[in-house]
Design a protein around this ligand. Structure first.
Ligand code: SF4
Length: 726
């Protein structure tokens, strides 16, 4: 794309972990410097604007404190939090050749001595580009025999729960929310972290739609809703069942749709009978009348669109809750009307050729000769401090201890639950840690090697989305700053240093994009739903809709309105055959979290903590940039408390308080917030090293896992709060 003789405009895609996957145009001057980033007005969902996080992206790309060269920890420097701004003093610059040789030698030595499973990759969605998220790295670790990582930390509980009901993650097209007459945002802060849905919500509201938000916290979205329902954390599942109870009691279900498309209705109806409005009111903090009103409004308004996001599933019972909520549009037949239905994620629509990208068969050539053990990333603290202890005592259970950790696309020193256990693990002097990063973070403080990583402006990738139905090409806009290198480059080179001779380790990003798309001899993709896509079209257009979404006005996409559904029964499953086969409750039910006001632990730690995400950071990404910190200043290092909870502890606005439980403690400044349910406190995730204690809210969260998917339970955390004595 040309702008003027001196300027070039390149089509890229924002690869941060966000449903929107914005099309981003980057203007590059004749010196090869990016001078402007802006949204691509031609992208039908993201429509030419960027969120506040990325609108200032050049501040990030050209930040003076970017990690630009490979660095090795200096001898004798302890693994511990390093002073902000002086981290580089702990490291010495080395060449890429030196770094790759030394890392390859250490990984080989570790593999020979302890077995390859003692090497643990740790990555998540620091980039959600298809290549950057998982491609050459997966090949590398399969061939090496390194432990496999179960990537559960963010969305697995909800994703698996949705799939138990519907088989695959499809949802109402984002553009169609404009047609809704009722939008139910459940655990979904649309305005904060799904901003490109918001104009469609506004359009719907201009046409008379109501916006109802269910969220224990008064988010930006909740603050402007027609009705904000602040239920207690972890009670979503009971509310969904209570809504079913009312819907069925009053005959508001869609019997024809249920008969044609669903499985297990009678059993679900029986279960829902138990969840009377009175019972559900006692759990959620709503009144029975409010539950009845919500059920009637949801079931009788057409079209009714549910935006369910990943907040709900971060409770211990989050899987069951998402299953129950996801069933609501199937009970009322909301899928049948354009603009109705629901969306958790659209990612199931992108059938990338993952086998070609990740090549799991390479594990057969590893020293193990098989796929390696799986380690759950939500239990990193345990993995680094407990895994393999039995082996030292003569038991092989669980395999070897972790002796090498390779971190990329993630900052576990900040984002992993049970921060103090993670930190104890990272401090181990016998643990060899490599971190591929753009900045010094809470994790690089413990690294033996820090390697410079590219931003999405500096490498090529292809991307789908979990909030729309477009395949997009992200072209490299500028040369990498310094010696920053992409994940594909890093793991390809490292594989060659390890002596892996397979040709796939020499694939270029362009070749791998073709592999992801399964481009055949006729130039077209062989992937389901992508058969019309060619590289030429992607290069020309930048974004191409999936097949079923090519003519939305003439042929609107109505998910789950014709069978078969990709579940074991071929129907939408109210009754899960998979859970039944595993000896688990096949129906949704409500069990309060182990850490909640109803549990034994509440006697000692009576407050439920919401360890919140930020509107203006992406988990821990962006937290180091002054402009972004300014946008989050209002709640910086604050503990939000209901006035009644504060009063009972003699705490006033602005007082210093200690928030603690058996896992850790953090000092924060009290901020009264009457919108929180009583008994609930809230604090934002931040970098630990930016706090005077060197801790963040994850000092309080646990490694207990969700009921489905083995996810992290950030929102099921009990704490106590005490005013600091001066
Ligand atoms: S973070 Fe999300 S909304 Fe912001 S530019 Fe990236 S994809 Fe778009």
């Amino acid at each position: 794309m040309a702008a003027s003789p001196e300027l070039r405009v390149i089509h890229t895609v924002c690869s941060h972990d966000c449903p929107d996957s914005c099309a981003v145009l980057v203007t590059v001057n004749e010196e090869g410097r990016a001078v402007k980033v802006e949204g691509d007005p031609g992208q039908p969902v993201t429509r030419g604007f960027l969120c506040g996080k990325v609108a200032k992206y050049l501040d990030r790309v050209y930040a003076p404190d970017r990690v630009l060269y490979p660095m090795r920890r200096k001898p004798g420097v302890a693994k511990a939090p390093l002073q902000r701004g002086r981290e580089h003093e702990a490291f010495g610059r080395v060449s890429w050749d030196e770094a790759l040789d030394a890392i390859a030698a250490r990984l080989q030595e570790t593999s020979d001595r302890y077995g390859p499973e003692s090497i643990l990759p740790y990555s998540y969605a620091g980039t959600i580009g298809v290549l950057g998220f998982g491609s050459m790295d997966r090949r590398f670790f399969h061939r090496l025999g390194g432990s496999q990582l179960d990537r559960t930390i963010c969305s697995e509980a909800g994703g698996q729960a949705w799939n138990l009901v519907y088989g695959r993650k499809f949802g109402t097209p984002t553009e169609d929310f404009r047609l809704a007459k009722l939008i139910l945002a459940w655990g979904a802060n649309i305005h904060g972290n799904n901003i490109h849905l918001w104009p469609f919500v506004e359009e719907a509201r201009r046409n008379g739609a109501r916006l109802i938000v269910i969220d224990p916290y008064r988010t930006r979205t909740a603050a402007v809703a027609d009705w904000h329902i602040a239920i207690r954390p972890g009670t979503d599942g009971s509310l969904a069942l209570g809504l079913m109870h009312v819907i069925l009691n009053e005959g508001l279900e869609d019997r024809a749709y249920i008969a044609e498309m669903t499985h297990g209705f009678e059993a679900l109806a029986e279960r829902a009978r138990e969840y009377t409005p009175e019972r559900v009111a006692a759990w959620t903090g709503m009144t029975p009348g409010e539950i009845e009103q919500l059920a009637r409004e949801y079931a009788t308004t057409r079209p009714a669109a549910l935006r369910l996001n990943y907040g709900v599933q971060r409770a211990e019972n989050g899987g069951a809750a998402v299953r129950a909520i996801a069933m609501l549009p199937a009970l009322t037949g909301a899928w049948k009307t354009r603009g109705g239905g629901g969306q958790l994620s659209t990612s199931g629509a992108f059938a990338w050729d993952k086998k070609a990208l990740e090549q799991p068969d390479l594990a057969l050539a590893s020293p193990l000769g098989r796929l390696a053990r799986v380690v759950n990333m939500s239990e990193l603290g345990r993995a680094l401090t407990e895994l393999g202890q039995g082996r030292e005592q003569g038991s092989d259970a669980g395999g070897p201890a972790v002796h090498a950790l390779f971190v990329y696309n993630s900052n576990p020193g900040a984002v992993a639950p049970n921060h103090n256990a993670v930190r104890r693990g990272l401090e181990r002097t016998d643990l060899f840690t490599v971190v591929h990063e753009q900045f010094f973070t809470d994790t690089t403080d413990y690294a033996d090697f820090v390697l410079p990583a590219t931003t999405f402006l500096e490498h090529t990738d292809v991307q789908g989305a979990y909030g729309h139905y477009f395949v997009q090409l992200s072209q490299q806009a500028i040369e990498p700053r310094g010696e920053a290198r992409s994940n594909v480059w890093l793991f390809g080179k490292l594989a060659q240093r390890m002596g892996f001779t397979e040709a796939c380790f020499r694939d270029t990003p362009e070749e791998m994009i073709r592999q992801a798309l399964a481009i055949g001899a006729d130039g077209h993709s062989a992937n389901a739903g992508m058969e019309h896509i060619t590289m030429e079209e992607l290069e020309r257009e930048g974004h191409v809709p999936l097949a079923f979404h090519r003519a939305p006005e003439a042929r609107p996409f109505l998910p789950y309105t014709s069978g078969p559904v990709p579940t074991p029964s071929g129907k939408i499953e109210f009754f899960s055959e998979t859970l039944a086969a595993a000896g688990r409750d096949p129906l949704p039910g409500f069990v309060p979290p182990v850490e909640s006001r109803w549990s034994e632990g509440a006697k000692k730690f009576p407050l439920e903590l919401l360890a919140r995400k930020n509107d203006n950071y992406m988990n821990s990404t962006f937290a180091n940039l002054p402009g972004h910190r300014k946008m989050e200043a209002r709640t910086n290092q604050r503990l939000e408390m209901h006035p009644a909870d504060a009063k009972g502890r003699g705490v006033g606005e602005g007082d210093q308080v200690r928030v603690f439980n058996d896992r850790g403690a953090i000092e924060l400044t009290a901020m009264l917030n009457a919108h929180l349910p009583a008994g609930v406190v809230a604090a934002r995730l931040d970098w630990a090293k930016l706090h005077p204690d060197g801790a963040n809210v994850n000092a309080l969260t646990s490694e207990r896992l969700t009921d489905i998917g083995g996810g992290a339970t950030f929102y099921s955390t009990l704490v106590q709060v005490a005013k600091n004595r001066v």
